[in-house]
Design a protein around this ligand. Structure first.
Ligand SMILES: [Zn+2]
Length: 507
């Protein structure tokens, strides 16, 4: 191999210069040998990675050669320093070999062999971009947890979660490599940008990283923070978990679920499942509710012992969200509509904050509720994101099944699945992950309670399929061929509803 003779090499700046010259000649690289002074300046600019006071080694020969080749291609020292640290020794060796004989190491050309450097670099960048996104997702979740626990505000100091810090460094490198200025240096900017999809497919062009729009980049359509409700999305939770070892499947949803489960468990075996369903249905249908109505509902369902827990799922409607002194209830999902200053986009000055609802229907008011007729409550943002929003699809399927006289259950056995038809014959889970890749990864890890059903259906929000026509085929192509996953049926919510109407699920 080209480098086997120097793997154990060690030496001073002077001997590194000599060694580089020897290698340049041996590999016939068309670059000039750096002087000792240049080598020292590279060290102080961190292009050569060995700590001060220690001898140079094999790694620095590779770094030196790669630096010379990249400089020749017009790279700046700053950009080179960023990219070198993302390559391990083997990768560096490959880059140098690809660049020898004066080969074109960065720009692709007609020569297959010399474009291997470009391919390798693009692969490395995909890995770097994926690492950056995973760390960002983990950092966002940690930050969110700190805020929920301690009400702390985001400050760019040493309290920043380390994942967020690493993510910002890696994102910065991606910007530099694309020849753009580092737009990841401010945590507030990065978090604000995380409310937009990575691939900028909403036309806002917030991220402006072409690697995120590359069709080969598998996390492109991820959106990490819910745009309106500013809570980490299910995609964020799933992304954070991609590298494994981040703990719970989905920390937010898991926490909510445990809270509800432990509250209903106290009611005893017979009542707990019915209580679970009643509360989830309440949150799905009535995320805006008068306190009095909430208490009545609990009383009707014999759930008064749970009143304290359930109250924790709601906030009082703040005055700033009233419009002309009234709380406006969304005609489609029933939640509280919010004022919006952009009158061009929202003619009447309000919108529904639930993306799955406002993405489908224009703003429309069902009822104007006056706070004078009793305390008004609205579900907390994380409840809206994790329970109310998905309930739009879940309830649409459930209501249709009921309408067609099927024996159907919502959230049976404390959430074995979303909708069961004919007991264990059919189990349906509605999913609204923006990223088909993340959904497939999640299903490969576990299909959860669906496993107890004979026919297992995963129903995808129609809007997602409209946005990404390959959504279902992408999920299918990534699913393991294990038997319990292989017979999953992935289809749109509207196809499930159509099947119900056509009597395909009748027993
Ligand atoms: Zn709505």
């Amino acid at each position: 191999m080209d480098f086997d003779d120097i793997r154990d090499w060690q030496g001073t700046a002077e001997s590194l210069s000599e060694e580089l010259q020897r290698k340049i000649e041996q590999l016939s690289l068309s670059v000039e040998t750096p002087t000792v002074r240049v080598i020292r300046s590279w060290r102080s600019r961190k292009l050569l990675s060995q700590p001060k006071g220690q001898k140079f080694g094999f790694r620095q020969i590779l770094e030196g050669l790669a630096t010379l080749l990249l400089l020749q291609k017009g790279w700046t020292l700053v950009a080179i320093a960023q990219v070198l640290s993302s390559w391990n020794d083997t990768e560096l060796e490959q880059q140098i070999i690809a660049g020898k004989d004066g080969g074109n190491i960065i720009e692709s050309n007609d020569n297959q062999e010399s474009s291997s450097f470009l391919k390798q670099k693009s692969k490395n960048n995909h890995n770097l971009a994926e690492d950056a996104v995973i760390l960002l997702a983990q950092g966002i979740l940690r930050q969110y947890e700190c805020m929920v626990k301690g009400g702390e505000i985001v400050r760019q100091d040493d309290k920043l979660p380390p994942e967020l810090h690493s993510a910002m460094c890696k994102l910065g490198r991606l910007y530099l490599e694309e020849g753009k200025c580092d737009r990841a240096a401010c945590v507030h900017d990065v978090l604000e940008r995380s409310r937009y999809p990575l691939d900028d497919n909403d036309g806002n062009n917030k991220w402006d990283l072409s690697i995120f729009r590359d069709s080969e980049f598998r996390l492109g359509n991820v959106n990490l923070i819910d745009f309106n409700l500013r809570v980490p999305t299910a995609d964020c939770a799933e992304t954070a978990n991609m590298s494994g070892g981040f703990g719970e499947d989905n920390v937010i949803e898991h926490r909510l679920y445990s809270k509800l489960k432990s509250a209903t468990e106290g009611l005893g075996r017979n009542k707990k499942d019915r209580a679970y369903t009643a509360l989830r249905e309440l949150i799905g249908r009535r995320s805006l509710i008068r306190q009095r109505e909430l208490f009545n509902y609990l009383e009707d369902k014999n759930l008064t012992p749970l009143q304290k827990t359930v109250e924790e799922f709601f906030d009082r409607v703040p005055e700033v969200w009233l419009i002309d002194g009234h709380a406006l209830q969304c005609a489609h999902c029933g939640t509280l509509m919010r004022p919006h200053p952009n009158r061009e986009r929202y003619r009447d000055g309000y919108y529904c904050p639930i993306r799955q609802c406002s993405g489908r229907y224009p703003p429309q008011v069902k009822e104007r509720l006056s706070p004078e007729n009793g305390q008004l409550l609205v579900a907390k943002p994380q409840i809206l994101v994790y329970w109310t929003a998905p309930a739009i699809d879940e309830l649409a399927i459930f209501d249709e099944a009921k309408k067609y006289g099927l024996d159907t259950q919502l959230y049976p056995e404390s959430d074995q699945c979303d909708i069961a038809i004919s007991d264990r014959a059919i189990g349906i889970d509605a999913k609204s992950y923006r990223s088909p890749v993340l959904l497939a990864l999640k299903l490969n890890r576990s299909i959860g309670g669906l496993i107890s059903y004979h026919q297992r259906i995963v129903a995808i929000t129609d809007e997602l399929i409209e946005d990404y026509p390959d959504y279902i085929s992408t999920v299918n192509s990534l699913l393991d061929k294990k038997s319990n996953i292989a017979n999953l049926q992935i289809m749109s919510v509207s196809s499930v509803i159509k099947n119900i109407q056509e009597g395909k699920y009748a027993s």
